[in-house]
Design a protein around this ligand. Structure first.
Ligand SMILES: Cc1cc2nc3c(=O)[nH]c(=O)nc-3n(C[C@H](O)[C@H](O)[C@H](O)COP(=O)(O)OP(=O)(O)OC[C@H]3O[C@@H](n4cnc5c(N)ncnc54)[C@H](O)[C@@H]3O)c2cc1C
Length: 474
């Protein structure tokens, strides 16, 4: 065993939550060690949209937007249908404005169009989502700059390429440190407080299957391997958020890696454009009104589709109008989709619906019958099956296209059970001394419930992280 060093606080994971916690703990005078398994800091911030939500902010007031912590809280209750942990939501919504100020003091600049209502998730009633021009990277830039400054003046050490493999406990079951792999050796670091900030399990197919009972198709960060859950459960931690998982609408299959989906090649949501296409399942059946404005309703409907897999089916007339803000796939003009057809995995094109179905793996008779019925609905001006009202044209001009989409996991919903002070609780609901958790390792279900609330993963990660860091230093 190489090395054996003592700290006040050891933080496992250097994403948004771990870094916010480390900065505040070190500023408060604690001797802090951050242990990160990756070669770089930031975790999911490298992919994240970086949306934050905070109510009653100076920036809102300056733009004449009336908002309050209470209204933010009520929106979370409405969108999550009351399934989030309100003790945690209360802490986060109350302190979210000061988290934004905290970032701004470090140089964070909100994109000029924000605060705004974002429609990628079920919308808030008020413009309260902000982000930087570079999404998650705008936040990471601030955290890294702060880290450099704090390391100059305080006791803050960072190890990278050092996966934590075990939590150390004493004879009373108190967590007293971690064991990590570092530079080819096993290293132990002892501390009064150990914080798990390891992110979710969106890149851990086995754990995903165990917790959610379904196969993982993921566009989550590759570092989200569920380590915090494994480490926590090994010392008796309880798990919260069962039954809250909700997939994100659709992404194309990754062309190379099975089980991965491409977040860059996602559909432009129909809250942002009127659809000309239909969605069918493997049997060729429609399953939702494609023009349903609520993304939440569509995500819920998608959870009932076999294999969580569906195809957008359209004809060349529909493709020709899918341009600019009406693009079918984000960033892809019609000719780009034409050139992807039958070359890129999941994008198919054929002169007849039957040939299309065979190429795509859809039941041909089902697809032909569905398109006939849809075309009849267009002619009649009403959709008796799902009540779709945007019925611009029949699907009748060859060639026909089918794009395979899968419900995707960007974030994961179950996580370590904590109390309102971020102390990890055991399966018996009692606090495990010395162990804390912040960020996605507590599960998206904690602050979003069975829904997506704009900014309610990163805002909690930063807010609970910095509050915990300050508490641990005190
Ligand atoms: C595409 C995408 C877009 C998103 N957009 C938004 C958004 O706009 N708004 C929002 O609120 N949320 C969003 N999210 C979610 C949000 O970004 C994440 O939930 C959040 O960044 C997680 O932060 P974290 O610090 O908890 O975990 P992470 O960022 O995952 O960091 C955890 C860190 O722990 C490290 N680690 C893991 N195991 C170990 C171990 N054993 N030893 C040492 N280190 C370890 C990892 O390498 C990683 O660096 C998005 C997610 C994705 C994937």
């Amino acid at each position: 065993m190489a090395g054996r060093k003592a700290y006040d606080v050891v933080i496992v994971g250097a994403g948004a939550a771990g870094l916010a916690c480390a900065l505040e703990a070190a500023r408060g005078g604690a001797r802090v060690l951050v242990v990160e398994k990756d070669h770089r800091l930031g975790g999911a911030l490298h992919l994240s949209g970086g949306h934050l939500s905070a109510a009653g902010t100076t920036r809102q007031r300056a733009r004449g937007i009336t908002d309050s912590v209470q209204a933010h809280r009520e929106d979370v209750v409405r969108i999550s249908r009351g399934t989030a942990r309100m003790d945690l939501v209360d802490v986060v919504t109350e302190h979210a404005p000061s988290t934004l100020t905290w970032l701004e003091r470090g140089g964070f600049a909100c994109a000029p169009e924000t605060p705004r209502i974002v429609y990628g998730h079920e919308p808030y009633g008020t413009a309260r989502t902000v982000y930087g021009v570079d999404g998650g990277l705008s936040i990471l830039a601030v955290l890294e700059a702060e880290l450099a400054a704090v390391r100059e003046a305080h006791e803050l050490e960072v190890w990278t390429d050092a996966p934590v493999t075990e939590l150390l406990t004493d004879s009373d079951g108190r967590v007293v440190g971690v064991e990590a792999q570092r530079r080819g050796a096993e290293v132990r670091a002892h501390a009064r407080h150990v914080v798990l900030a390891t992110g979710g399990y969106g890149a851990a197919p086995e754990l995903f299957e165990e917790l959610e009972g379904s196969t993982l198709v993921s566009a989550a960060t590759r570092t989200a391997t569920g380590d915090g859950l494994y480490l926590g459960r090994a010392v008796g931690a309880g798990v919260q958020g069962r039954g809250t998982h909700l997939p994100t609408f659709g992404g194309l299959p990754d062309p190379v890696t099975p089980g991965r989906a491409s977040w860059e090649e996602r559909q432009l949501l129909t809250a942002e454009r009127a659809p000309w296409e239909i969605y069918v399942d493997r049997a060729g059946r429609r399953w939702v009104a494609e023009d349903e404005a609520s993304i939440d309703e569509k995500e819920r409907a998608l959870t009932r589709v076999p294999d969580l897999t569906f195809w957008t089916v359209f004809d060349d007339a529909a493709l020709s109008v899918a341009t600019g803000p009406a693009q079918l796939i984000v960033g892809r003009e019609p000719d780009e989709i034409r050139s992807m057809a039958n070359r890129r995995a999941g994008v198919h094109c054929a002169d007849t619906l039957t040939d299309l179905a065979v190429a795509a793996g859809i039941e041909a008779a089902g697809l032909v019958a569905t398109v006939d019925r849809y075309n009849a609905a267009v002619r009649a001006g009403g959709d008796p099956d799902f009540g779709r009202t945007h019925l611009p044209a029949p699907l009748a001009r060859a060639p026909y296209y089918a794009i395979r989409n899968h419900a995707i996991t960007l974030v994961t919903f179950q996580g370590l059970d904590i109390d309102a002070e971020c102390r990890v609780r055991g399966e018996d609901a009692l606090v495990i001394d010395g162990l804390y958790a912040v960020g996605e390792v507590i599960g998206a279900g904690a602050t979003c419930g069975n829904s997506f609330c704009s900014g309610m993963l990163l805002t909690p990660a930063l807010t609970l992280g910095r509050l915990l860091g300050a508490r641990l230093a005190a």
